[in-house]
Write a protein that binds this ligand. Structure first.
Ligand SMILES: [Zn+2]
Length: 256
């Protein structure tokens, strides 16, 4: 008999329904050494995460192509458990198209990850990214912070076929810009990867936006899976909503 989902948290039982981590990484953050990839996967097994989408931290701070190769290597090592985002950056506009083409020759890449780095998402510099995502039918995980979602109005409307996952939705306690954008654009999704929200943020998102536009992620290995899963298991929302957030919506989006 399956338990009420809150009891998985209370008893420490491994989740035994589809759970999809749409926002994770591989590698080290600057001088902080991450747990090994084996530990990362062992923790997935412990909590009950079936699939993890990773990008490489190396691609944020260092060499984009080398980072994408690291993400691919992790996915190849754990087939069916880890899949990769191809990361591109506005810092290297000349690499955007060629790097996406290069990544997607390998079938472990299932999405694109983008960072703003001072350039708004409606800057034409990013247009090749949205075109590529549309043509390949893959979601884009777009880093956002503190409610800065300016730019999505234009691109979400111009590319209705693309699923835009707004990373760290609610960060900086800025909930409303994410809610408003999600209400205006059905292809704008709230990625809950974040650790400092008020009590009831998830409840508010469910009430205002609905779980069809919410995905869950962990930022592993920088943060902890158990902490990120706990906030959903203990939220004051129906079990059906918890299942959608923890995996149902993402499995549909990524077609995995
Ligand atoms: Zn992240």
């Amino acid at each position: 008999m399956s338990l009420p989902l809150i009891d998985y948290g209370r008893t420490g039982r491994t989740l035994d329904f589809p759970v999809f981590d749409a926002h994770a990484h591989v590698g080290n953050f600057t001088h902080v050494i991450s747990p090994s990839l084996e530990k990362q996967v062992a923790e997935m097994d412990h909590v009950g995460v079936q699939v993890q989408m990773v990008s490489s931290i190396e691609s944020i701070y260092g060499d984009i192509s080398r980072g994408n190769d690291q993400a691919a290597a992790a996915a190849v090592r754990y087939p069916g458990r880890i899949f990769a985002y191809c990361q591109i950056s506005a810092r290297y506009p000349e690499l955007i198209r060629s790097e996406m083409e290069r990544c997607f020759r390998n079938p472990v890449f299932k999405g694109v990850k983008v960072y703003q780095v001072g350039v708004r998402y409606d800057d034409p510099l990013f247009t090749p990214v949205w075109e590529f995502a549309r043509d390949r039918g893959v979601p884009v995980l777009a880093h956002t912070w503190g409610g800065d979602v300016k730019g999505f109005d234009k691109v979400a409307a111009a590319f209705p076929e693309v699923a835009f996952l707004a990373g760290h939705a609610g960060s900086g306690f800025a909930y409303q810009p994410y809610v408003d954008m999600a209400k205006r654009h059905r292809n704008f999704y709230l990625d809950l990867t974040y650790s400092r929200e008020h009590t009831n943020m998830i409840e508010y998102f469910v009430e205002q936006v609905g779980t069809g536009q919410m995905v869950w992620g962990t930022d592993v290995p920088t943060f902890s899976i158990s902490q990120q899963v706990g906030k959903v298991l203990y939220a004051r929302i129906p079990d059906e909503a918890k299942r959608a957030i923890l995996g149902g919506t993402a499995f549909k989006l990524f077609k995995i």
